[in-house]
Write a protein that binds this ligand. Structure first.
Ligand code: ADP
Ligand code: AMP
Length: 217
């Protein structure tokens, strides 16, 4: 049996941080649509150029190309056991498409942990985030989870950088986009009986503990 999990929540709430930890704990692969787009940007692909034009403004990349990209990633053999999806789906159209993609694999979503925190906390987290340039895209926070050596990833020694959409101004725009376009997914998954609320405004270990206890159920 496979286990597909969608981590739902606003930008900066800790989806990527928790997905990395849960991937180690469960052996499931962590798939972040934002990381996939950033890889396309690094590789200077056509999709990367298109995605960058939306990402730099804090807007969502169009559904059709986003769905196609995630569908392709989900076809890789490391997803046979399931996956931890982070940042996808972000619209009801994407959520419907995910359900069709999983159906074709005779699978379905197991659970949708919905991680919450106030806007103030989200802005503080996004504006202090440092991201690793290597393919693991590990993240740190200058106050809440600083690397041992400034500017260097603890895990693989790569350079850390601040994403250009992690400025306060673009972060606010991303939160507004989240409220308008993504928050309808809260009711969408609640109606399917899949939503489980997780308190995101606590230290990283506390959030992990809540998530693990929910996944064990
Ligand atoms: P998302 O993937 O939801 O956008 P991230 O996992 O990248 O969010 O987290 C955003 C920032 O907040 C990162 O710098 C991360 O280190 C930090 N962070 C994540 N979870 C917590 C937490 N529970 N407490 C404090 N800081 C956190
Ligand atoms: P993230 O890494 O999740 O913070 O996403 C960064 C940016 O990538 C977002 O602000 C969007 O521009 C784009 N993006 C990531 N995932 C999606 C998605 N599922 N749908 C549309 N755009 C996305």
């Amino acid at each position: 049996m496979s286990t597909y999990i969608v981590l739902l929540g606003a930008p900066g709430v800790g989806k990527g941080t928790q997905a990395d930890i849960l991937a180690q704990e469960t052996g499931l692969v962590h798939i972040s649509s934002g990381d996939l787009f950033r890889e396309h940007i690094n590789n200077k692909t056509e999709l990367g150029a298109l995605a960058a034009s939306f990402m730099s403004k804090g807007e969502l990349v169009p559904d059709d190309v986003t769905i196609a990209m995630v569908e392709e990633r989900l076809s890789y053999s490391d997803c046979k056991k399931g996956a931890l999806l982070d940042g996808f789906p972000r619209t009801p159209t994407q959520a419907d498409a995910l359900s069709v993609i999983l159906n074709e694999k005779n699978a379905s979503l197991s659970i949708v942990p919905y991680i919450t925190a106030s806007d103030e906390v989200l802005i503080e987290r996004l504006s202090g985030r440092w991201t690793c340039r290597a393919p693991g895209h590990h993240t740190f926070h200058m106050i809440f989870s600083p690397p041992a050596k400034e500017g260097i990833c603890d895990i693989d020694g790569s350079e850390l950088y601040q994403r250009d959409d992690d400025t306060v101004e673009t972060a606010r725009k991303r939160l507004a986009v989240y409220k308008k376009q993504t928050s309808p997914l809260i009711a969408y998954y609640r109606e399917q009986g899949k939503l489980v609320k997780i308190q995101g405004d606590q230290p990283i270990e506390g959030v992990t503990k809540e998530l693990l206890s929910v996944l064990e159920r």
